[in-house]
Write a protein that binds this ligand. Sequence first.
Ligand SMILES: *Cc1c(COP(=O)(O)O)cnc(C)c1O
Length: 420
Amino acid sequence: MKTNSDDLAIYGAAPAFHETLHVGRPNIGDRKRFYERIDDMLNRRWLSNNGPYVQEFEQRVAEMIGVRHCIAMCNGTIALEIAIRALELKGEVILPSFTFVATAHALQWQEITPVFCDVDPATHTIDPACIEKMITPRTTGIIGVHVWGRPCAIEALEQIAGKHRLKLLFDAAHGFGCSRGGRMLGSFGNAEVFSFHPTKFFNTGEGGAIATNDDALAQKIRLMKNFGFSGKHDDVIYVGTNGKMSELSALTGLTNLESIAQFIAVNCENYETYREELAGLPGISLISYDQQEKCNYQYVVLEIDEQVTGIGRDRLVEILRAENVLARRYFYPGCHRMEPYRSYFPNAGLLLPHTERLTTRVLSLPTGTAVSQEDIREICRIIRIALSQRPEEYDRLNGSLAVASQAGDPPQHLPVFMKG
Ligand SMILES: *Cc1c(COP(=O)(O)O)cnc(C)c1O
């Protein structure tokens, strides 16, 4: 147990954790059920092409969400691309810059221009007040992202989309198991897209899905994800790609679905422990979740106000990394500062002041079933020690960091902190 700054690994002490703690270690369901289902699948020799596990998985998810159609896919990015294409988006589409880069890439991949919109600093989701200013005659749609599983301003987005006759898609990659007004995410807008990547709250190994209440759209998506095959032999009636989910992924999903309540309970307990242990620390705030809604508590995100803490977010990340706690800076530096967007729109940041500020303040901490309560208490002790340092200790830290750090973007491995 670490008690003062001499105990910090960044100054040469042993790291708090022998094994590295990661953000987004997968939640894994019952192994026995998993192996039983694998046996079943192998006995059937049916590994893909809308097999019984995919069908069962789609049905279970649709029931859980309360949506007419769930179309399972090979991953969230392909699901986004297909949803975008099925909705016939073109020209320009408005989305937040504060999201995982796949949201923007899914547009750019199809030569649709992503138009980056600022976020509301209180919610970290797209600010509806900024959207209308970005609409042009070329705009065809809006993509809202439920960042951290907190629903974006769905009603306001619906209103704007209705008024300007725009399509409305939601990137619900973080939002599985979360609700808005008691209604599960997945049933809003023209369609919603989930990711079931292992880093997400619920996983299928790799995977994703499109959820929609629109029958015609669902049919079109089913054609597109299966080469345009009509379902009859050799009958191609549409241009398509291969977005199919495999049976192995679907059975992983079915098995993990059975443990969802337990995953949520663990995440919720972890979140509460972080909240208690970090309570009252000036300049540090933990994002909150609406207790009235269903929520997966998958993200433990801190906002660090360097003016108050005296220590910046990036310094805190380095201190934690030295202890083998791989805190992440999601979504630094914002899509608009990544290629090719940075070259296409070098001045985009001028319209994104809240995004620019937020990306320098946020920090995601490890949670999920792979992290124990005692781990969390130790992480919080490290944060407290880091924040309680005297100004001359910051100088010591700045001195040692200056040796290794490159212009603002700390490298993954800092030789100066490595232990023999
Ligand atoms: C993970 C993620 C995606 C991409 O999903 P994959 O299944 O990894 O392709 C898209 N958008 C957001 C917001 C994500 O977090």
